[in-house]
Design a protein around this ligand. Structure first.
Ligand code: AGP
Length: 609
């Protein structure tokens, strides 16, 4: 959701900024622009649409500069147009500003500035920042920015350059991520680490309330309220640039689907062996659960779906009551929690605004917070009391696949270990589960290779439909929810998931001749019940795709497409059943010619509420 980049050094800034913006495309955007500082003037180029348009405009622009800022905008205030794109500037082109987030009090500031005679050229909340910096500038950019941000309410990450101050970028963070990449005689600014992984693995991660004063030879970090220098530690990233490349795949999403066996292996590395689960490297131990009366899991979207899986696991294995909430709802109700509540927040990006707010609320109320996070050094990872890193590597496609898998796999580990710590399962049962978990990466690999061709054929049929239903019971229902979300977000087909037993309470009215119904049925104890529900929809004309165990369906007079999975304990079947659904949404979207990695209106990292 919006991306900021900045560069100052000895090289030409244009290609570096453009490359950084390309690396941030996955965050989602609808326009882009850059501002360069040249001979005591600012040159601003911005375009509505994809980066190719900006690239073309930059190609025709012969300006050369060694410092600049850039932005990909995901529209909130004002349509995606050239005028509303960032950077924004004041009337005299003294300052150029890029901004992520929302300025909640921009309307009153705008009225004040209009009354002073300032002329606005966009409908955005951001433009007030450029005019305020201009108003407060008395020869020192950081002082003007600091005065400006003290007037702003809301969430923001901001970067500003001035025509008067050569080689200087001033950037500020409040509730919207910003990092500074450290190079030799060059420094970088970005809203996310992958932007400049090709140039450095050393970063300062700005905290809320910090301001970075960036020049090519040095970076100073201040607290913008006290204006005191902050001593920052360098954060070294162990992702390499190649991990964030497509490596020959047409889309990041397909690459990430296929990386799942390896990413689960990476998560399990040193945490699981033939006899034990060992979570010592994550810093969590028995004490986290011995005093826990209830668990609340809070997250958004796909991460929320992983939490739903966890509810079944914890309740079945650990016998602790679990409540799962969507973060945007949780934060605005009055959740009942205390120091005996363990709150688990789950987030790939670690920057989702609602999830971060839920974490803070839980901490305020005295609960302990465990976070499952993929992105190192992200806000949620830094603020939680305990962190389990998901180790999925960079996930670039907006539609989450490998991060989801590792979220669920992390829940397998933690729930199983909690059951061991609390003596809820005996040694024999534990050994059987461990054996299955160790096989999981290989079984995922097998499913990918077994079903891909079959799924491509089914996807070709699905493109002519407008509505698709997913059904399942128990853990299978959570997988159905995730499968439906994947299909919606990248193929734009309408997909809904229902608990199979709930259909006849209303939704069955929508089932009609030829409508595809995808049934997930891997809970062996519930198979017969799920199969009755399948028959209910079949008898109303539905076309059934069933995902179940190999050899499980003895007589078939009902199912039109059968996808079979290799055997594993049905507690862990979800991570096999989700693979055909991920592939189905990928290929359906591919045949519908959709923008798979950057679906319309969506952003990878949702940093506004
Ligand atoms: C996943 O496919 C979605 N793009 C989305 O639902 C995502 O899972 C959600 O926005 C939460 O993101 P997070 O994991 O980074 O917090």
């Amino acid at each position: 959701m919006c991306g900021i980049v900045g560069y100052v050094g000895n090289k030409s800034a244009k290609p570096i900024l453009l490359e950084g913006l390309k690396k941030l495309e996955y965050r989602g955007y609808d326009s882009a622009g850059i501002a360069l500082q040249v001979d005591q003037a600012l040159d601003v180029i911005k375009k509505q649409g994809k980066l190719e348009k900006l690239e073309k405009a930059l190609h025709n622009n012969k300006v050369e500069s060694k410092i600049g800022i850039g932005h990909t905008r995901w529209a909130t205030h004002g349509k995606p147009t050239d005028e509303n794109s960032h950077p924004h500037y004041d009337a005299d082109y003294n300052f150029a500003v890029v901004h992520n987030g929302i300025i909640e009090n921009y309307q009153s500031i705008k009225e004040e500035l209009l009354a002073e005679g300032k002329v606005f050229t966009s409908e955005t909340d951001t433009e007030v920042i450029a005019h305020l910096v201009d108003k407060y500038y008395k020869g020192d950019l950081s002082e003007a920015v600091s005065r400006t941000v003290k007037r702003l309410e809301g969430s923001f990450a901001i970067a500003v350059i001035s025509k008067n101050e050569e080689g200087r970028i001033v950037a500020v963070r409040k509730d919207s991520p910003l990092i500074v990449g450290l190079g030799q005689n060059e420094n970088f600014l970005a809203s996310d680490i992958p932007a400049f992984l090709n140039y450095t693995d050393q970063f300062y991660i700005l905290e809320d309330g910090e301001m970075a004063d960036i020049r090519k030879e040095e970076v100073k970090i201040y607290d913008y309220l006290t204006e005191k220098l902050v001593a920052k530690e360098i954060f070294e990233v162990n992702w390499d640039a190649e991990m964030a490349e497509k490596q020959g795949y047409q889309h990041f999403m397909l690459k990430e689907i296929k990386e799942q066996p390896e990413s689960v292996k990476e998560l399990f590395k040193n945490k699981i062996n033939a006899e034990e689960i060992d979570l010592s490297q994550t810093g969590i131990d028995r004490s986290l659960f011995t005093d826990t009366h209830n668990i609340q899991i809070v997250a958004c979207g796909t991460a929320y779906h992983s939490g739903l899986v966890a509810k079944y696991l914890f309740e079945e294995l650990v016998e602790i009551p679990v409540q799962v909430d969507v973060a945007s709802e949780y934060r605005y109700r009055k959740p009942l929690l205390d120091e005996k509540t363990l709150v688990i927040v789950v987030s790939q990006s670690g920057e989702t605004a609602d999830t971060l707010a839920a974490l803070r609320l839980a901490q305020e109320k005295g609960a302990r917070v465990l976070a499952f996070v993929n992105v190192q050094g992200s806000s949620i990872a830094r603020e939680a009391d305990h962190v389990i890193y998901l180790k999925a590597g960079p996930e670039i496609a907006v539609a989450s696949t490998k991060a989801y898998t590792n979220m669920v796999a992390a829940f397998y580990l933690v729930s199983l270990q909690a059951a061991v710590w609390l003596n809820k399962i005996d040694e024999k049962r534990k050994q059987a589960y461990l054996k299955d978990l160790i096989r999981l990466p290989e079984l995922i690999r097998q499913v990918i290779s077994n079903v891909e061709t079959q799924i491509k054929l089914i996807a070709k049929e699905y493109i002519s439909h407008k509505n698709i239903f997913f059904i399942g019971r128990n853990l299978d229902y959570t997988i159905a929810l995730e499968g439906a979300l994947k299909l919606k977000e990248i193929s734009y087909l309408h997909a809904e998931a229902y608990p199979a037993g709930e259909l006849k309470h209303g939704t069955l009215a929508l089932v009609d001749e030829g409508i595809p119904v995808i049934a997930v049925a891997t809970r062996k104890d519930l198979f017969d019940k799920s199969y009755s529900n399948i028959k209910e929809v079949k008898s109303r004309g539905a076309e059934i795709l069933l995902i179940t165990w190999e050899g499980y369906l003895q007589e078939n007079d009902t199912v039109d497409h059968l996808v079979e999975l290799p055997d594993i304990n049905d507690l862990f079947a979800g991570l096999l059943a989700i693979i055909p659904l991920q592939l189905l949404s990928y290929y359906t979207a591919l045949y519908l010619d959709c923008d798979i990695d950057q679906p319309r209106n969506l952003a990878k990292s949702v940093t506004v509420e």
